[in-house]
Design a protein around this ligand. Structure first.
Ligand code: C2E
Ligand code: MG
Ligand code: MG
Length: 732
């Protein structure tokens, strides 16, 4: 082979090689995959079109420079997030054109992250770097390819967001909350801070949701979420746990103090009135707080304890906050124990019923009875319903318990009837939860059938708040029960939200005025007026009225005077056991007629003074003149006598301990407007006298020591005035 031939062969080979190189370069240049190549000095030797498009930088600006990273970092911003998938971070920072400046190149590298390019757009990019070496292993170049997966990443992030956020309020949900608490716990261990879990629950949200509709409820939750967000720093987490429960996490060196202040400001933020559609609402919330490390060092414990503290705040009257304490934990444990025991109470036969007589105020005879459940837990004292019915309601145990009560009461009533005792209706309390059972009406039907009790001897007591919760559904059920023949009574009237007018819509037969009003009738004009009005209005709606919790003769008399139909209360009988009730019926016990010292039709004078000698000399003088007089040494005694006697005139000392005369006379004016009021005072205290006169509380003033003739004349004048008032009243 000649040299010429050799040269041409070499030239050939070189030309072929150049062709191949050009071909390879073209291949890279035209590839749709964004790619660049750097040489061993990190200078860019290829920057393809797809790469120009992706980065917004033309090849001529890049070629020959060792600044490939410019394509991925905007000058203003650095990489948003970068994860090295293959190869270690050290390796990455060493070889990656975007990461490092060293010449060390590993056997390939993959990384991904958000990058902002020259056009200002954020992209999610996956990098692949592959070294190219010669046979000796020297690095010749690194070829870098990219995959842009921005859309897929957006979609993934959206999914992740949804999994971690509440749809309605966009707040972090329980998932993310757990995670955040976990993070905070780790951090707090490092920097020795404490963290507080603030558990917030709206008061009466269920009521708003049920009565105003879910749209209103949703809007309300959104507004509350905004208010909570606005109450804390941006770095604090506000999460929605579900329903109307929210949790805030804060960390601080004195976290208890900060949490208490925050709880206060949250409460005032939440109670700001708000308007949703046409509804003006004011909501309150109850807050419980737990603190780490004191109360626990794991997520679940901290949330549970904050929740327990929140419940305690609710028990304490709502719109307040509580820190978790060991005592609460004890209560919580006690509750858990009680729940366990209550589950077994039915099968172990630990429940029993007491009956409290209901008495007519016209005939003074027993006209019915209320069945009241009791629980004889062998491990504790007798438990009253207010201590276990709420628990039974929360745990759903109220359904079997309620059915047992219904069954037992009906069966017992039928047994009394068969034993020859008078046929009287038995009243059974129905819990709201029972009422929401789908088959409640058929349960009642079955119990009546099985016990053989005529439906008209069963009365169902339903509380006012229940009726107002879901008006349409409740009306339907009430009508079905009424149709079946049972009678219906609204319990605890006055404690809920309903107006009497509303009652027209429901098929009730009877209204039970709540004890709290009865308590005040003889000494609180507000209660007295309410009872009077309720009785009159209920009668106009053809409802019978029964007063609960009657404990004194004075209360009884006031109710009699105002035409209340029936009473129930300790004054006649406490709730008693089955056998005792049977005896009470057999003995035909009755309510005593009014025990009054003024039965003969004369109007009496009531003297109220804390000085016994004043009382005795006045009474002596009155009886010598043929007047009937009664005496009381305190305002309380005075009210008692006013309620049980025919009093025309009150003479009252303005200076008495506990309640002064002026206040007493003011109340008398409200309770008994016809009684003529005279004040008696020993001290020439101009202020007390003017006050009494100016308030319109007194008819005449008498001073101590008094002139007998003047007192007698004044009293005679007052009685005459009273008589004219009464005749006027009886004419109208
Ligand atoms: P309630 O239906 O308003 O029953 C009247 C309550 O007042 C009874 O309390 C009774 O003992 C009490 N009471 C009666 N007269 C007087 C009085 O003169 N003075 C005072 N201070 N209290 C009086 P109890 O038996 O503790 O029941 C409390 C509540 O528990 C009941 O209020 C009722 O709402 C509920 N409850 C009782 N038994 C049942 C039941 O079988 N099922 C359901 N769901 N609830 C029940
Ligand atoms: Mg009741
Ligand atoms: Mg009641």
């Amino acid at each position: 082979m000649g040299p010429l031939q050799d040269i041409s062969e070499l030239e050939h080979a070189a030309a072929a090689l150049a062709e191949q190189k050009e071909f390879a370069e073209n291949l890279v240049q035209n590839s749709a995959v964004p790619t660049f190549v750097i040489n061993a000095e990190r200078q860019v030797i290829i920057w393809n079109r797809a790469c120009e498009e992706l980065t917004g930088i033309k090849a001529e600006l890049m070629l020959g420079k060792d600044e490939a990273w410019r394509g991925f970092y905007n000058n203003k911003r650095v990489v948003l997030a970068e994860i090295v998938i293959a190869g270690s971070l050290d390796q990455a920072s060493a070889c990656h054109p975007v990461f490092g400046k060293s010449n060390f190149i590993p056997e390939g590298l993959q990384a991904e992250g958000w990058y902002e390019n020259m056009n200002g757009t954020d992209r999610y990019i996956i990098f692949n770097a592959a070294p190219i070496r010669n046979n000796r292993g020297d690095l010749l170049a690194v070829i870098e390819t990219f995959e842009e997966v921005t859309e897929r990443k957006h979609y993934e992030e959206q999914l992740e967001y949804q999994a971690n956020h509440d749809r309605l309020t966009s707040l972090p949900n329980r998932n993310l909350l757990n995670d955040r608490i976990h993070q905070e716990l780790l951090r707090s261990q490092r920097n020795l801070q404490q963290i507080a879990i603030i558990f917030i629950d709206l008061d009466n949200f269920k009521y708003i949701n049920d009565s105003l509709g879910h749209d209103v409820g949703d809007e309300l939750l959104k507004t509350i979420a905004e208010r909570l967000r606005a109450s804390v720093r941006a770095s604090d987490t506000v999460a929605r746990l579900g329903g109307d429960e929210f949790v805030i996490i804060i960390s601080h060196q004195d976290v208890a103090e900060v949490a208490a202040i925050l709880a206060g400001s949250i409460q005032s933020a939440i109670t700001q009135p708000l308007k949703i559609k046409e509804h003006e609402l004011v909501v309150t919330c109850s807050i419980g707080i737990s603190i780490s490390p004191r109360d626990g060092e794991d997520v679940q414990t901290l949330i549970r304890k904050a929740d327990i503290a929140m419940y305690r705040a609710k028990e304490k009257g709502r719109n307040t906050f509580r820190f978790f304490t060991g005592e609460m934990n004890a209560r919580y444990l006690a509750r858990m124990t009680m729940e366990r025991q209550l589950r077994r109470a039915l099968e172990r036969d630990e429940l029993f019923l007491c009956y409290q007589p209901i008495v007519s105020l016209r005939s003074n005879r027993v006209t019915g009875m209320e069945a009241l459940v009791r629980w004889q837990n062998p491990e504790s004292e007798l438990i009253t319903p207010s201590d276990f019915i709420p628990l039974a309601e929360e745990t759903g145990l109220i359904e079997p318990i309620g059915e047992w009560v219904l069954q037992t009461a009906c069966t017992q009533n039928r047994a009394w009837q068969e034993a020859g005792l008078p046929f009287l209706p038995v009243s059974v309390n129905i819990s709201a939860i029972q009422f929401r059972q789908k088959n409640f009406v058929s349960i009642v039907e079955r119990v009546l059938r099985e016990s053989g009790l005529d439906p008209r001897y069963l009365e169902l007591e339903i509380t006012e708040s229940l009726v107002m919760q879901n008006i349409d559904r409740v009306t339907t059920i009430l009508n079905e029960l009424k149709e079946m023949g049972t009678s219906l009574s609204m319990d605890d009237f006055g404690t809920g939200y309903s107006s009497l007018n509303y009652l027209k819509r429901f098929p009730f037969n009877k209204l039970k005025i709540d004890q709290s009003f009865v308590k005040g009738i003889t000494n609180d004009p507000d209660c007295a007026v309410i009872i009077k009005t309720v009785i009159a209005m209920a009668h106009s709606l053809r409802l019978k009225v029964i007063a609960e919790g009657v404990e004194t003769a004075a209360q009884l008399n006031y109710l009699r005077l105002n035409n209340c139909d029936e009473m129930q209360g300790y004054y006649f009988s406490r709730p008693i056991k089955t056998t005792d009730f049977g005896r009470l019926l057999r003995e035909n016990r009755q309510l005593p007629a009014l025990n009054s010292q003024t039965d003969n039709g004369e109007w009496a004078i009531l003297v109220v003074d804390d000085e016994p000698n004043v009382i005795s000399s006045l009474q002596r003088m009155f009886s010598a003149e043929g007047y009937i007089s009664l005496a009381a040494s305190s305002a309380a005694e005075g009210f008692e006598l006013l309620a049980t006697n025919r009093i025309g005139v009150v003479i009252c000392d303005l200076w008495m301990p506990v309640m002064n005369g002026s206040e007493f006379l003011e109340l008398v004016k409200g309770l008994y407007p016809d009684v003529v009021r005279i004040s008696l005072t020993g001290r020439a205290d101009l202020f007390a006298i003017t006050d009494a006169v100016n308030r319109g509380n007194v008819f005449k003033l008498l001073t101590k020591p008094w002139d007998d003739a003047f007192v007698l004349a004044t009293v005679e004048e007052a009685l005459a005035f009273h008589r004219t008032r009464c005749t006027r009243a009886s004419k109208t």
